[in-house]
Write a protein that binds this ligand. Structure first.
Ligand SMILES: NC(=O)c1ccc[n+]([C@@H]2O[C@H](COP(=O)([O-])OP(=O)(O)OC[C@H]3O[C@@H](n4cnc5c(N)ncnc54)[C@H](O)[C@@H]3O)[C@@H](O)[C@H]2O)c1
Length: 351
């Protein structure tokens, strides 16, 4: 079997989910791990029987022959580390976002094209069976043409040791949580043409582990997205939500019915549909289990597509467009103006 050699940079909290998932794939050979914190990569190498470990990404890129870099470092390092790997001719799967700047993200996609490799970015939620069901329902016309949708996703905010970067420049709630709703709603409804938004920092100081940090990034956002043809979606995200109902976090409203996603884009629990044309005129719910889709599957998915020479449903262009939406929303909030987007992506995904 054709195996894809994978290396990971960043051995923090999400590596504990990514590594077992990658190791479970018959198509993946996880050959190296890297983290600047002494002992972190070494400890993973021992626990998961990974041949090589490093404290320096440049050394890993130089010394180990591999095909795909999985970049799960803090957001501020995504752009620079993606560039290093692409320049070295490696495919890249990057946690969200691809970069903190659109010009950089687009330059990275261009670099990937020139080097004959690919750059993909989390979240991978469009490959979930729940998302696939929702896309099929829209395409079937069962709920009629869709002109309106909602996304709502928040938390009290990260508070674990070392998570201060979530509140620093280049971090923030849109990049951490909004990215999921924006990925889902753009994948369902198409590229965004323009955005209006409000965004602010409600809590100026945060306690993260043993430290108190000054918050520079936004922790409370409300976006209105124009997908063209009078299709609008509304997305609200916050690090200021003590709780929220999980029975629907995405709602899609058609002229003949509606559907909701229960759970979260990254952990779907069910899809409920009410289509007026159906005899019962009742909501019908399809449940999903955790084993149907896990958020940490994206790197394994693209590795398997590479191994099988299949075209992945996910694209770097979509991830860059999602970044454009987030940056344009921040600009719209700052200026009070409606902001036109610079980017687009091939939609529907997979076509
Ligand atoms: N924490 C979550 O729940 C979660 C969920 C999904 C996605 N993500 C995303 O995954 C990424 C990583 O998040 P995390 O929670 O694991 O962060 P983390 O802070 O726990 O881990 C980041 C790791 O990167 C390492 N690192 C920092 N600088 C480095 C460098 N120069 N070279 C090599 N390694 C370096 C750190 O030492 C740390 O071990 C982020 O983009 C985040 O948005 C996080």
């Amino acid at each position: 079997m054709n195996k894809v050699r994978v290396a990971i940079v960043g051995c923090g909290s999400v590596s504990g989910a990514y590594i077992p998932h990658l190791k479970s794939s018959a198509y993946v050979d996880l050959v190296a791990v890297c983290d600047t914190l002494p002992g972190r990569a070494q400890s993973h190498a021992q626990t998961y029987q990974i041949a090589h470990y490093f404290t320096d990404i440049d050394q890993m890129l130089r010394d180990v022959d591999f095909d795909l870099l999985v970049n799960i470092t803090p957001m501020q390092l995504h752009g620079p580390f993606n560039r290093k790997a692409l320049e070295a001719g490696r495919h890249v799967w990057c946690e969200k976002p691809l970069a903190t700047d659109l010009t950089e993200a687009q330059a990275l996609l261009e670099l990937a094209r020139n080097r004959g490799v690919n750059l993909w970015g989390a979240p991978s939620s469009p490959i979930s069976p729940a998302f696939q069901q929702m896309a099929k329902i829209i395409a079937s016309g069962d709920i009629g043409p869709v002109f309106a949708a909602h996304g709502l996703y928040g938390s009290p905010g990260p508070d674990w040791e070392g998570s201060g970067w979530f509140y620093q420049k280049g971090g923030g709630v849109l990049f951490d949580l909004g990215v999921y709703n924006i990925t889902t709603l753009t994948a369902l409804l198409g590229p965004v043409q323009s955005v209006v938004a409000m965004a602010g920092t409600a809590i100026p100081q945060r306690v993260v582990g043993s430290k108190t940090v000054d918050a520079e990034a936004v922790d409370n956002t409300a976006l209105v997205l124009d997908h063209g043809n009078t299709v609008y979606s509304v997305i609200q995200n916050g690090f200021v939500y003590g709780a929220q109902r999980e029975d629907w976090t995405i709602q899609v409203l058609g002229t003949k019915g509606a559907m909701t996603l229960g759970g979260y884009d990254w952990e779907p629990r069910n899809v409920s549909v009410l289509a007026h044309g159906h005899a019962s005129n009742q909501w019908t719910t399809t449940p999903y289990k955790r084993s149907d889709y896990v958020w940490e599957c994206g790197a394994t998915y693209v590795a398997e597509c590479l191994a099988k020479r299949e075209k992945p449903l996910l694209t770097g262009e979509h991830a860059a467009h999602v970044l454009d939406v987030m940056l344009s929303a921040l600009k719209a909030a700052e200026t009070g103006q409606r902001v036109q987007l610079q980017s687009t992506f091939s939609w529907p995904l997979g076509h």
